[in-house]
Write a protein that binds this ligand. Structure first.
Ligand code: ASP
Length: 301
């Protein structure tokens, strides 16, 4: 019965960039994340632990836009956001604007578990991380050569069609054997963003949502649109109040409302019966899932 899905970001991946080696590396990264989550679910562990474990694998993988390998803001600094939610008691934790926390999703979990708050930002969040005994890392820990090239290209207007990593983000949703749902999302945001900019990923109801009576959702895409469309909660509401199926609800938001607004990206959703939906309206979305029958699939375009 347990099921899990992960994403590694949505966007327009130019065919020339998608070499067989790059494609294989993306799929391997997604599979590693799925397996980390699956191990916990198979042992009867909670979906919350599974989504955190899956996201941490992707945060540590420099190919994905979260943790190490995060995209870089216009001022040359990586600023990271993350959030998670568990569907049984609707508890949630979120962090924004982190510069020195190795695992933003790990800190979001601590905000949920040991602080009386839901969201901490910037310096206050960093101080909380230190209090919790998390070892700070230098900002350059997150910076990779590839992201530096992408920042330079994004800042250079003459680069024209540069698109690939304007978007990214990683996320996971899961249903465990006890019937509990959970969602987690972690990101570096968007390449060349203004420092201090906050996207949808740490916003509960926009980039992340979970409630046991309907579904768990993690989003990836152009955050300014996802916040205004309250994407994750909208999907939940369509299931909860309009009686839509998981797939219908996800499609209505991603291919309807969001697309009409001009918002590019996608979502991963798992329903209370383990139904999975992974729709996107961008050219590609790095994604993978293990369904309730134990079948693993990954996809890129
Ligand atoms: N949603 C993220 C943000 O706007 C970026 C992405 O998912 O590509 O910060």
């Amino acid at each position: 019965m347990p099921a899990i899905a992960v994403h590694g970001g949505a966007g327009d991946i130019p065919p020339a960039e998608l070499t067989p080696e790059r494609e294989a590396a993306y799929r391997t990264g997604l599979e590693q994340a799925l397996r980390a989550g699956q191990r916990i679910l198979e042992a009867g562990g909670p979906s919350l632990d599974a989504v955190v474990a899956a996201v941490q694998v992707l945060e540590d993988n420099p190919l994905f836009n979260a943790g190490r390998g995060a995209v870089i803001a216009a001022n040359g600094i990586c600023e990271l956001d993350a959030s998670l939610m568990e569907g049984r008691d609707l508890r949630a934790g979120a962090v924004t604007g982190l510069r020195h926390v190795k695992s933003p999703i790990g800190l979001a979990r601590l905000v949920m578990d040991v602080s009386p708050h839901v969201m901490l930002s910037g310096q206050g969040a960093e101080e909380f991380a230190l209090e919790q005994g998390l070892e700070p890392v230098a900002n350059r820990y997150f910076v990779t050569e590839r992201r530096q090239r992408e920042l330079a290209a994004a800042l250079d207007a003459s680069a024209g069609s540069f698109r690939e990593s304007l978007m990214g983000t990683v996320g996971a949703v899961a249903l465990d054997a006890a019937g509990d749902l959970a969602a987690a999302t972690s990101t570096g945001g968007m390449t060349a963003k203004r420092w201090g900019r906050v996207g949808d990923s740490p916003v509960i109801g926009a980039g992340t949502y979970a409630a046991n009576d309907c579904c768990a959702v993690s989003a990836t895409g152009h955050g300014e649109y996802f916040i205004r469309a309250t994407v994750a909660h909208e999907i939940a509401s369509l299931i909860r109040y309009a009686g839509k199926s998981v797939r219908e609800a996800a499609d209505i938001v991603v291919h309807g409302q969001l697309q009409q607004m001009g918002g590019e990206g996608g979502v991963i959703v798992v329903g209370r019966d383990g139904t999975l939906a992974l729709p996107f309206n961008s050219r590609g979305m790095l994604r993978g899932s293990i369904d309730a029958q134990g079948r693993m699939t990954t996809g890129i375009l």
